[in-house]
Write a protein that binds this ligand. Structure first.
Ligand SMILES: [Zn+2]
Ligand SMILES: [Zn+2]
Length: 365
């Protein structure tokens, strides 16, 4: 089973979890307890504690690139974990700047941490084991987006356009799926996905990360044409997309027009469970033994992304839009909508509320 918890991103799924511009995912696989990025500061520690996640037990950290909003929490991580291997591109420690404003603002990592023995400096490609495959060196976009255009690096004393060689991405092989994880996708999510597909030999089943369609310093979203072009590139792959952070809310809404139910948002505190046995619906109903599986060829609301045999299901769609696998992970459980479905006198559960109880059980509550 694969469990991905959003520890930090720009928005939150509930008032219980603070959020901040940046990115950090906790990833649990059969073989690893990992962090993919550590966010801008120590906030990931606080949210992990609230989720009951023990960061001292983390064995692997993947740092996607050398910007503070992904690696600013490194010092705080080293204070709680002295054993995990931290995979990072060597160039991630080069000085990086945003030139929105004068003088340009330093947005790089803390170079003072570079000598930490936990770092493993990665090349263009690294197969860590059967589950984890890192790759970089996606050719930089010849026409930098508006958001990338403002990002600079300093090399040999010269300020120049950032080439994003310091960026790396992860292919996860878990639960029979290939899952691409990217941090900010500075090289372009479509280009990163193409490279991943070339490595895997097919499109990834899921793509998770920021798609960099928003410039946080200038607080500007990419023009509609750029967002539309990105969506058109992502559409034919068949992959499911989960995004947040530097995609920005406006670009997310626009991407959703194109990608519909294939696009979900992963706000701080949300969880994604893949390959969890026995969880076959969002709302807690059991598909097992349901006559419509056979008679209507219904694949259930998870497999059909919220469109089971009876049409669009608002409960399933609400759940997946929040980035949850099932309603048990939602802080609003039991919400009015689920209660209405579960306790309906004609079509509800017998006994009423059974699926709410099952969701609680799935969530271990
Ligand atoms: Zn970045
Ligand atoms: Zn970022």
């Amino acid at each position: 089973m694969l469990r991905i918890v959003t520890l930090v991103e720009n928005t939150t799924s509930s008032s219980e979890y603070d959020c901040k511009h940046g990115l950090s995912f906790y990833v649990e696989t059969p073989g690893h307890r990992m962090l993919f990025d550590v966010g801008p500061n120590e906030l990931f520690l606080e949210n992990a504690r609230k989720k009951g996640i023990d960061l001292a037990a983390v064995d692997t950290v993947i740092l996607s690139h050398g910007h503070y909003d992904h690696g600013g929490g490194l010092e705080a991580f080293f204070a709680v974990n002295q054993t995990a291997k931290v995979y990072i591109r060597q160039t991630a420690f080069e000085p990086h700047f945003s030139r929105v404003g004068d003088p340009p603002k330093y947005i790089g990592l803390d170079k003072g941490l570079m000598d930490n023995a936990q770092f493993i400096f990665t090349g263009d490609e690294l197969v860590i084991d059967d589950e984890l495959h890192l790759f970089s060196a996606v050719e930089p976009d010849p026409v930098p987006s508006q958001s990338n255009g403002a990002l600079m690096m300093e090399k040999d004393g010269q300020m120049m356009q950032d080439d994003f060689v310091h960026e790396q991405n992860l292919i996860l092989s878990v639960a029979g799926e290939k899952i691409l994880m990217a941090g900010c996708s500075h090289a372009g999510i479509d280009r990163i996905q193409k490279k991943a597909a070339a490595i895997i030999g097919r499109a990834p089943d899921r793509v998770i990360g920021g798609f960099h369609l928003y410039n946080p310093s200038a607080q500007k979203t990419e023009p509609d044409e750029v967002v539309d072009e990105t969506a058109r590139a992502l559409l034919p792959t068949g992959s499911l997309y989960y995004t947040c952070h530097c995609t920005g809310p406006k670009a997310f809404d626009r991407l959703k027009i194109h990608l519909g139910d294939r696009l979900s948002y992963m706000a701080t505190g949300s969880e994604l469970l893949i390959g969890a046995e026995g969880i076959d619906t969002r709302c807690g109903l059991k598909c097992e033994g349901c006559e419509y599986v056979q008679s209507c060829g219904c694949g259930g609301c998870i497999a059909t992304m919220g469109k089971p045999f009876h049409g669009d299901c608002p409960v399933a769609q609400c759940c997946q839009n929040k980035g949850f696998t099932h309603c048990g992970q939602c802080p609003d459980l039991p919400c009015d909508l689920l209660t209405q479905y579960s306790c309906d006198s004609e079509h509800g559960d017998n006994p009423a509320g059974a699926r709410i109880e099952r969701c609680r059980k799935w969530a271990g509550k």
